[in-house]
Design a protein around this ligand. Structure first.
Ligand code: NAP
Length: 476
């Protein structure tokens, strides 16, 4: 007969504790000292032997520890936070009437951002990729055979066999598609995205073309979720049910998320931002810069990037008023953009002048900035229940040498922006470093969050289920 539940928990806890890596080290050390005993080696050599033996045994202990924790998972008590989050997501699904996944397409699916879409949409709870689009060079080929896949996970099996289509909404492959994720090149994205919106599709774009349109939001759910309301004023939405939502340029996204806790704090606010970026190679698309240009090098020029950071951030931090449209924020932004020899993850060195600094010292302001970041709510997940939302949208890392792209870009599955090195600035008020993943939160992941928010806001209905406020005009 199995042990009663109340007796199993303490037993599991004790066993788990016994397998903790730190305790493993202590146990292993005692064991090694006893077994080595009094040998011919000196005490110093014995210590070295023990150290090497511990290092060798550590990965095995860790593997055993992880395996044991996985095996224990069914018996472990679920925390009340996890329970309420699960209940919240289930309730959200029921409220949205999402009994089927929504058919979606990825345009520019062979590119750097497009591949991220394909990777992140594998097994998505709400969205199912049914069509992939690219240029006429790629159209007609199976995705798995045509794409030069650069992601660290395999091409999703159910997408590898999809035949790539031209980016034309009249193609049969897009008939049932409700959501179009666009990773299209700026040169051609604008017109193609307009045509898909006119055909009744909800378009989530990464290109710059529509970002500054007066009725198109640059949407970043952890920062300006209310801007999604602008979609309802788009003429195309009234005509066909389709609409366009953009996300920001990747360096702007990392910066506006990282600084959002300061911008939104009534005690702080921001008057001036001076930012220098160190941007990853993948930000230039694939194949991007040649090795001869970027190896052993820093390139202090990224075409039009500085202008985008200086204008897009004002729209993002600005207010959306249904009667007046977007009212830009009053901040001075000066950006200097550099391409560096890093594969993924943009790092940015930022100095800010605080708007409401009063007579506080710069040291006090720096401490307030840290607190504001630590207390910033996780909007995408906890407020809106977006399935791709990370545990925390922005985190503060107190280590003196963080954030670093290689170590921090994948935090929160690439959706979390890390801020560190918050300290007084001799010229402005406070300076800091931040880092975000350019193709996840800064591009494809950001667009997926936007689409999830649009579903929550009932702007998109799936085929045969759910309903938008737009109702009958939505093509089913
Ligand atoms: P990319 O790697 O060069 O990919 C471009 C994609 O566009 C490819 O799939 C390509 O298909 C397709 N394409 C090119 N010409 C086309 C045409 N005439 N008709 C249809 N499809 C065409 O670029 P990327 O880095 O992924 O960037 C895509 C967009 O996202 C850009 O607007 C960029 O500014 C923006 N963005 C990029 C990042 C980033 O970190 N990379 C971040 C934020 C925003 P073929 O393979 O068939 O040529």
């Amino acid at each position: 007969m199995p042990a009663p539940r109340w007796a199993r928990r303490p037993a599991v806890a004790i066993l788990e504790l016994a397998l903790r890596p730190q305790l493993n080290v202590a146990f292993s050390a005692c064991f090694m000292f006893v077994t080595i005993g009094i040998g011919t080696t000196t005490f110093r050599e014995q210590k070295l032997d023990v150290h090497r033996a511990l290092q060798a045994s550590q990965p095995a202990w860790n593997v055993a520890n992880v395996r044991f924790r996985v095996a224990c998972a069914p018996f472990r008590k679920t925390s009340s936070t996890t329970r309420s989050r699960r209940a919240g997501t289930a309730a959200l699904h029921a409220r949205l009437n999402l009994t089927e996944r929504i058919p979606v397409a990825v345009l520019g699916a062979t590119g750097s951002v497009g591949q991220r879409f394909v990777q992140l949409l594998e097994g998505h709870p709400w969205f199912e990729v049914v069509a992939l689009g690219a240029s006429s060079r790629s159209a007609g080929h199976k995705y798995g055979e045509q794409v030069s896949w650069k992601q660290a996970t395999p091409i999703p099996a159910d997408m590898a066999d999809i035949e790539i289509s031209e980016c034309d909404p009249n193609e049969a492959a897009y008939r049932d598609v409700r959501i179009v994720f666009s990773g299209l090149d700026n040169q051609i994205a604008g017109e193609i995205e307009t045509r898909f919106a006119q055909a009744g599709k909800a378009v989530f774009s990464n290109a710059k073309n529509h970002r500054m349109d007066p009725d198109v939001p640059i949407l970043i759910p952890p920062v300006n979720a209310s801007h999604i309301e602008a979609v309802r004023t788009q003429a195309v939405y009234r005509q066909s049910g389709g609409f366009i939502v953009t996300n920001a340029n990747c360096s702007t996204t990392a910066m506006t998320i990282g600084l959002a806790p300061i911008w939104k704090s009534p005690e702080l606010g921001i008057e001036t931002i001076v930012v220098s970026t160190m941007q990853a190679i993948s930000g230039a698309g694939y194949p991007g810069l040649s090795g001869m240009d970027i190896l052993d090098n820093v390139v202090p020029y990224i075409g039009a990037e500085e202008g985008k950071m200086e204008t897009e951030s004002l729209k993002i931090y600005g207010e959306y008023q249904p009667t007046r449209g977007f009212v830009p924020a009053e901040i001075n932004v000066s950006a200097m953009c550099n391409r560096v020899h890093v594969l993924d993850g943009h790092t940015e060195a930022v100095s800010i002048k605080v708007r409401n600094r009063g007579n506080r010292s710069k040291e006090e302001l720096a401490q307030m900035v840290i607190r504001a970041i630590q207390e910033y709510p996780s909007t995408s997940r906890d407020v809106f229940g977006l399935p791709s939302g990370p545990e925390r949208d922005v985190v503060y890392n107190q280590a003196p040498d963080r954030p670093q792209p290689r170590l921090d870009r994948n935090l929160g599955r690439g959706f979390t922006v890390t801020v560190g090195r918050v300290r007084p600035c001799n010229v402005l008020d406070v300076k800091l470093a931040l880092c975000g993943h350019n193709t996840i939160v800064g591009a494809a992941g950001g667009s997926i969050l936007n689409a999830e928010l649009a579903v929550v806001k009932k702007l998109i209905a799936s085929v045969g289920v759910g309903a938008t406020e737009h109702g009958a005009a939505v093509r089913r």
